[in-house]
Write a protein that binds this ligand. Sequence first.
Ligand code: ZN
Length: 163
Amino acid sequence: MGENPLVENGQVVTMDYTLHVDGEILDSSEGHEPLEFLQGTGNIIPGLERELYGMTIGESKKVTVVPVEGYGKLDPNAFVNVPRSQFPENIPMEVGTEIQVNDPQGHEMMARIDQVETDSVRLNFNHPLAGKDLHFDVKIVGLRAPTDEELEHGHAHGAHNHE
Ligand code: ZN
């Protein structure tokens, strides 16, 4: 690495970030450890990763990521009406409640209650951030070469134990 490393593929990037959606702060590294990831491997959403190339340590940037490069467009086919009688009684029938659903193959899927009618409940299987513009404030705070193990795994390990 040179004297003044830039963000490029195969580098471990350490980054402070704040995510605003619909004018609210949804997520931030402030008060936590910064995010660490291996650039160029899709560890972070594509629309954000692309904007980081060429940045250097200490540099800040505002990045807006549109849905197709973030968590996808809102899929109208991902709303499903389910008879209310199929829900266990301990699940609160309130808009926004997250529930886990098994598909016919037994895969676990997360859904949110989108609408409650007398006899049926509409579930939304879209990602909570689908259809949203994501506004990031980012600051590069570190750049380093990956370890052989990180390269092999395709992600940064950082100070944390391997999951
Ligand atoms: Zn690993």
